[in-house]
Every structure is written in structure tokens, then in C-alpha cells.
Design a protein around this ligand. Sequence first.
Ligand code: NAP
Length: 278
Amino acid sequence: MKLWIVTVIVIVAVVIAGLVIWLSFKKSSSLNCTPWTMPSWSQSIAYGTYNRKGSRGTKLVSQALDAGFRIIDNAMCYGNEEEVGAIIRESKIPRGEMVLITKVPPSHIGRMEEKLATTAELYGTSYMDVYMLHDQPDHFEDTIAAWKRLLRLHDKGKVKLVGMTNVSQAILEKLGKATGKLPMIIENSLRSVEDLEGSLANFCKKYGIVRLYFGVTKERNLTHPNVVTYARSHNISPHCAILRIVQEAGAIPVVGSANERHIIDNWRCVYKGKQEQD
Ligand SMILES: NC(=O)c1ccc[n+]([C@@H]2O[C@H](COP(=O)([O-])OP(=O)(O)OC[C@H]3O[C@@H](n4cnc5c(N)ncnc54)[C@H](OP(=O)(O)O)[C@@H]3O)[C@@H](O)[C@H]2O)c1
């Protein structure tokens, strides 16, 4: 191919790439949403209660509280709110120290208010700290409708932070544009360590959106070169390294464990990491 043709193709490609970047920047910077003030607990660790059922499951939740965990991640579809709620009530930990999270599935959008009230009752509290839509409905109009209902619950003081799980930046932006208000918290899978500094992460930092990550202890993350290097240089396990990396990125790892030793180690790891940072 002649040199001038190649040159023209390269110039056109560069101009198109520049236009795409400029347009996407313009799109995200045109959001007229006030950033949220992040809560004091936005850089800690949460105990995940999926599958924590029966006497063994609830014992593990108690052990997590004894170890020091104060953020408890639950969801209506885990089917254990009654059991977990009883453990929280019996613990007698001051309400202000606890961060109680629950999620409502898209199938219950029509009864979100009622479901929240039931959950709060099971936990023996007048409000929940976090209420999120658990996954996205098939139609975006339903997501908007659910988001408006969540905002109303927040405005009534029934919940401190409202948000979405398994959500993309595109959906957050659409919600912000439709209602003028962005979710205050999200819970997503940590598909890669790179997610922690990616576009969605930066968007959340810019708008004060709390990030919860599950799936942090998956093999793909434990063997990531950054995690391996961090673990070696701090002389800690890869499990501890990934938890601290998430926390240092300004987010919260949500970890479930059925092993008391691991529960204690996970709490100590993040707590010690935070002390070192302070
Ligand atoms: N919003 C959503 O859609 C969504 C989806 C999935 C999960 N979640 C939440 O996230 C929580 C966590 O779920 P997950 O899928 O990330 O993981 P998980 O099912 O809780 O599994 C964590 C794994 O890591 C191991 N582990 C934890 N700490 C360890 C340590 N210090 N040393 C060695 N192994 C350790 C555990 O083994 P041991 O049991 O032996 O410790 C377990 O196999 C759930 O309970 C739930 O609350 C939310």
C-alpha cells in the first residue's frame, strides 16, 4: 500500500478515536448530580451472609461479630434474614456501630417498602443502613421506577444509603440523568484487580458512591501479579493482600467464610492495614 494512503488511514483513525474519547468524556461530565458524602465506614470489610443458615450458619455470623465485623451484608433472597436478624438483636452491639445491608430482588419491586419494613423488624431496628436493588430488571423503565422508590424510602429516613448491585457505569449515568440523583452505594463482583482503578471506580470516587466488592477471594484475584507482589512485600497471605488492596483502593471487600480462623484473620488483616494507613 502506498505510504500516503497509510498516512491518511492513521490520521482518520486518530481523529475518530479522539472524537470517541471526547464524546464519552462530555457524556459523563454532563451529569448534573451532586456528589454524595461518603460514610465513615466506606473503607472497611463486610461479612457476607450468603448460605449462612441454620445453627452452624448463625454461629458463624456471631463469630464474625465477635471478631469485630460490624458491616453485615445480607439480601432477601438469601432466605436467612430471620436468623441473621436474631443474631444481631441478641448481640446487643449498639445500633450506631452496626451497618446493616439488605437487598430486594427485581421480582419484589412492587413491594419494596413492605419488604424493607419486614427486614427492619427482623433486625429489631427502625431503619436499615443500606437497601439495594439486587440485580437489574429486564426493562430499564423498571430500574428507574425501583430507583425512585428507593429514593423515597431514603427521604423518609427508612434507610441511610440506597443503591444497586451488579450495575454498570452506563446504568448509573442513566439513573443520574433520569432523576438527578445517583445511587449512593453499589455492590459488584471484583472480576479483576484492574476494576479497582477502572472507569467505574473513578466514576464512583468522583460522585462519592460507596463500592462494595464480592468475589474478591476468587483464584483469579489471588494470583494476580499485584496481589502476589503485595503479599510478598508485606509478608502476608494472598487472601490478606487482596483484602487490603481493595480497602486501600477506597472500597469494601464483602467476604463470606465458614471458617472461624479465616473470619478472625480477615478482620485483623483489614483492621491492621487501616491502622498502618492512619
Ligand atoms: N450482590 C450480589 O449479587 C452478590 C453476589 C454474590 C455474593 N454476594 C455477597 O458477597 C459475599 C461473599 O461472596 P463471594 O462469592 O465473594 O465469596 P464466598 O462464597 O463467601 O467465598 C469466599 C471464599 O474464600 C474463602 N476464604 C475467605 N477468607 C479466607 C482466608 N482468610 N483464607 C482462606 N480462604 C478464605 C472461603 O473459604 P472458607 O469458608 O474456608 O473461609 C470461601 O471459599 C456473600 O456472602 C454475599 O453476602 C453478593
